[in-house]
Ligand binder design. Structure first.
Ligand SMILES: Nc1ncnc2c1ncn2[C@@H]1O[C@H](COP(=O)(O)OP(=O)(O)OP(=O)(O)O)[C@@H](O)[C@H]1O
Length: 424
């Protein structure tokens, strides 16, 4: 089975480039860097004396070379960082391969000569103690980067042109979560289940929507669940939902874009309104969104939703405008045409190569997971269910009913209203 994280691949690609480090010997890099600083006026004048930055240390790494640069008083690190492009040219490397940041011991200048892998195998790894952590990819140094659904950046926006790798990313997110903590998942795939259909029968998939009315039903069900959780939290004086999480996934956000004379406009606007509320209030209640789109534009990625989503994965975009919608910078438009290459934005932006997981391998990985019982299909009129879950026993509900509010979020009690056990 497809496993190991492709460390071999990373190491291989790094190793194959070690020879290029010879070209960028530490001495040459320091000398070239300082001479470029001088030419670019990155100096400070004290009377008749001109003070230059100094390279205090050069540290070789597998991925390239790190320069630790001391700056004269009066020269800010930001001023040097702003000259990244001409400095990179002076160092004869692509500007993307020069990373600079301020640190306590000076300005850190990383000159990266290792190439990113173009293919990285998906790995099934134990993610404990971070069961909600998803590997988004590896950076230029071969370091893995993760998104944690349990972390500080609520909700995830995924954008980029067709063929960039959005579906593969969704597949690996869902596979990781389904084989891990198995939150209640609501999947919206209006392409008739082509992309997300392989997950449809899993017991953890509480709702699968392939039409607009189904999406509205699913979104409304999740919102009701969110409000119920807020009521429980208020009763308990807690501010964070401690129970099972709920994941709401939209494969194509542009499906809710309205056009002039659109007969579905009302429905779509209702869906967008619920999504906005979920994005604003969902996190504390353990309701998490993954919203994907091939067509990022201002009318697709609604401003309010965007404001509430602090983490983005952006594959190559058609232009800088699309890129700005997802990551607030034009950079994704100039990503190379390599499937799986992306910019991951949380507190800062980083270019990564995503792991690849084929549909066949995903099917193998989820094959042994619990499936819905036959009873779950008894009423095709009601495609969406709310899970009042204990051990994945699910109940269909056509409309929201009053709920029992448990005073203790850490126990399961019998709900006197419907006789089901509510796990909190
Ligand atoms: N991380 C990856 N590493 C290597 N190749 C990838 C990766 N992701 C995607 N690909 C390749 O690109 C192809 C398209 O990927 P994917 O279906 O995810 O694109 P998409 O952005 O969802 O576009 P569409 O919606 O048109 O399918 C895949 O079939 C695969 O060959």
């Amino acid at each position: 089975m497809l496993v190991e994280i492709g460390i071999g691949l990373i190491v291989g690609s790094v190793g194959s480039l070690i020879s290029s480090l010879k070209f960028h010997s530490s001495f040459d890099l320091s000398k070239s860097f300082l001479s470029a600083c001088k030419t670019l006026g990155l100096t400070v004048t004290y009377g008749e004396e001109i003070a230059l930055p100094s390279v205090n240390k050069t540290v070789p790494f597998e991925w390239g070379t790190r320069l630790i640069v001391g700056l004269p008083v009066g020269l800010s690190s930001q001023k040097v960082i702003d000259q990244r492009v001409p400095l990179a040219e002076a160092l004869r490397v692509d500007p993307d391969n020069v990373e600079m940041r301020y640190a306590n011991d000076g300005l850190i200048v990383d000159v990266i000569t290792a190439k990113m892998p173009t293919m990285l195998a998906y790995s099934v790894g134990a993610t404990s103690p971070h069961p909600y952590r998803i590997m988004i990819g590896v950076n230029r140094r071969g370091e893995p980067r993760y998104y944690d659904f349990d972390g500080p950046f609520p909700h995830l926006l995924i954008g980029g042109i067709s063929g960039g790798g959005k579906s593969v990313m969704l597949r690996s997110i869902l596979t990781t979560l389904a084989t891990g903590p198995a939150p209640d998942m609501y999947l919206c795939d209006l392409k008739g289940g082509v992309e997300l259909g392989i997950f449809r029968d899993l017991a953890c998939v509480a709702g699968f929507a392939s039409t607009l009315p189904d999406v509205r039903t699913a979104a409304t069900a999740v919102e009701s669940e969110m409000l119920r959780r807020y009521a429980v939290m208020a009763a308990n004086g807690t501010q964070q939902w401690a129970g099972k999480k709920t994941l709401f996934v939209v494969d194509e956000l542009a499906d809710f874009k309205t056009r002039a004379g659109d007969p579905d406009a009302k429905l779509k606007n209702e869906i967008k309104a619920v999504l906005t509320r979920l994005s604003a209030k969902g996190r504390a209640a353990g309701v998490l969104l993954v919203l994907a789109t091939q067509r990022p534009s201002a009318d697709v990625v609604d401003g309010l939703i965007k404001t509430n989503i602090a983490a983005s994965v952006c594959f190559r975009t058609r232009d800088g405008v699309q890129s700005r919608i997802v990551i607030d910078s034009p950079d994704a438009a100039s990503l190379p045409d390599i499937p799986g290459r992306l910019i991951f934005q949380t507190a800062y932006d980083e270019t990564l190569q995503a792991p690849y997981l084929s549909a066949d391998d995903a099917k193998k990985l989820i094959a042994e997971l619990p499936k819905k019982s036959k009873d779950d299909f008894r009423n095709p009129e009601v495609p969406i269910k709310i899970t009042d879950v204990e051990e994945n026993v699910c109940t269909f509900k056509q409309k929201e009913e009053p709920r029992h509010v448990d005073a203790n979020p850490h126990t399961s009690e019998v709900n006197p209203l419907d006789g089901n056990s509510i796990e909190l």
